[in-house]
Write a protein that binds this ligand. Structure first.
Ligand SMILES: Cc1ncc(COP(=O)(O)O)c(C=O)c1O
Ligand SMILES: [Zn+2]
Length: 409
């Protein structure tokens, strides 16, 4: 049986240590977020000959026994070089790490395989999350495989239909909150603090982020060098923090020589992180009633904001905002010029990249990785927002239909 390398659970803020099985989500001393710290010394890499996947990096995942591992084959997603779209933007080297290729169609599966394995290790039978859709879809699937009781809190009427369908099919129990994601999140935190039998599976749970950090590991293994910048959408801020942590661990191990700049992208009317970065503040001001058609990042009060601001600062990165129109354009361009269909929140990374090139935050010679976080089929509701392509009607009784078709095309 392979075992993890030694690790600690500690406060991100004051570094107070906690036992591995603690059920707190925040530091008892300072209310800071918790994080896992591996004791990394330069050592031989054992995973060279293993297939690309989350569990390839088993030694850097904080699960104490293989017995409880629940997996649907997550990770190992494609890193696709953009050619036509990159040229249009004026860049030479742009890659997309396409997380829509995960089992339930989003990066959440990477975190869920680890956190759900941890839940089982801790003997939990009932798991719960608040979600803009993808976390719920992922948790529902992994709970189904493990036979755990799954309850998801979602903002009523604000979940993309594909995600809702996944939650229903996987048999989760659904609590529809008459409010937005931030309010649903508050309820779930309250519930899990008052009732120990409910295990919190949002990205406040540091074990989730341990799975998500493998995006950085895979990018480094696929590229065999460090990108200059990684561009990705930011909602609650778990993913950008996790990826930054992953780059840090490979740097400590000596696998990578340097670390990339982290560039977070938010929707204009749901941008507490980007506003704080713009104003050079070290705290965020929550946005009330956030709005964007990219429902996955419709978040005004991101729980991981301290980790996000630190990741952006330490990496010498930045954050930018994009409009819904810019998101929709980027989504269509990525699909029609590169064959990669992603959901609106994911397309924000491409829209944000364009902005960053124009503002000079990204240099035209930079090696860029955009993380596209979820599959386009999850959100068919945008069909009414995109222009219909021209279509051609043929009468099958028409004998010279081929000539007619050639004339009309
Ligand atoms: C498709 C998609 N992209 C981006 C995000 C934002 O990720 P995070 O909340 O970790 O910042 C989410 C979160 O729900 C998502 O579903
Ligand atoms: Zn603390």
């Amino acid at each position: 049986m392979r075992m993890p390398w030694p690790y600690q659970l500690r406060c991100f803020n004051c570094h107070a240590r906690y036992p591995h099985g603690t059920l707190n989500y925040r530091c008892e001393k300072c209310e800071g977020l918790l994080e896992i710290r591996f004791h990394i010394s330069k050592r031989r890499i054992p995973w060279k000959n293993r297939a690309l996947s989350v569990w390839r990096y088993r030694e850097l995942l904080p699960i104490d026994s293989d017995r409880f591992v629940t997996s649907l084959g997550e990770g190992g997603t494609g890193l696709h070089r953009l050619r036509r779209l990159a040229k249009q933007i004026g860049l030479k080297r742009v890659y997309v790490k396409n997380e829509g290729e995960n089992p339930t169609g989003s990066f959440k599966d990477r975190g869920m395989t680890v956190a759900l394995s941890k839940a089982r290790e801790l003997g939990k039978r009932r798991v719960v999350c608040a979600s803009t859709g993808n976390t719920a879809a992922s948790l529902a699937a992994y709970s189904a495989q493990a036979g755990l009781d799954c309850i998801v809190f979602v903002p009523k009427g604000k979940i993309a239909p594909g995600k809702m369908l996944q939650v229903v099919m996987h048999g989760a129990r659904i609590v529809e909150v008459e409010g937005d994601f931030d309010q649903a999140m508050k309820l779930v935190v309250d519930l899990t603090q008052r009732r120990n039998s409910f295990y919190l599976m949002n990205s406040l749970n540091p074990f989730r982020l341990e799975g998500q950090k493998t995006i950085a590991f895979e990018v480094l293994d696929q590229l065999e060098k460090t990108p200059d910048a990684v561009v990705l959408p930011v909602g609650n801020g778990g993913n950008i923090s996790a990826i930054w942590k992953g780059f840090g661990e490979f740097r400590e191990l000596g696998v990578a020589k340097r670390k990339p700049r982290m560039i977070g992208v938010q929707a204009e009317k749901a941008a507490p992180i980007a506003r704080a970065v713009r104003d050079n503040r070290d705290t965020i001001r929550p946005v009330r009633n956030p709005q964007t058609l990219a429902t996955a990042i419709r978040i005004g009060s991101p729980v991981n904001w301290t980790k996000v601001l630190r990741a952006i600062k330490e990496s010498n990165g930045t954050a930018t905002t994009v409009s819904d129109g810019e998101i929709l354009t980027a989504q269509r361009e990525l699909a029609s010029k590169e064959g990669i269909f992603v959901e609106p929140a994911s397309a924000a990374s491409i829209a944000g990249l364009k902005k960053s090139v124009n503002s000079g935050d990204v240099d035209r010679s930079d090696l860029i990785v955009c993380v596209t976080t979820g599959h386009g089929l999850k959100d068919p509701s945008i069909v009414d927002r995109i222009p219909r392509p021209k279509s051609y009607t043929l009468k099958i009784t028409d004998t010279d239909w081929i000539d007619r078709l050639e004339r009309t095309l």
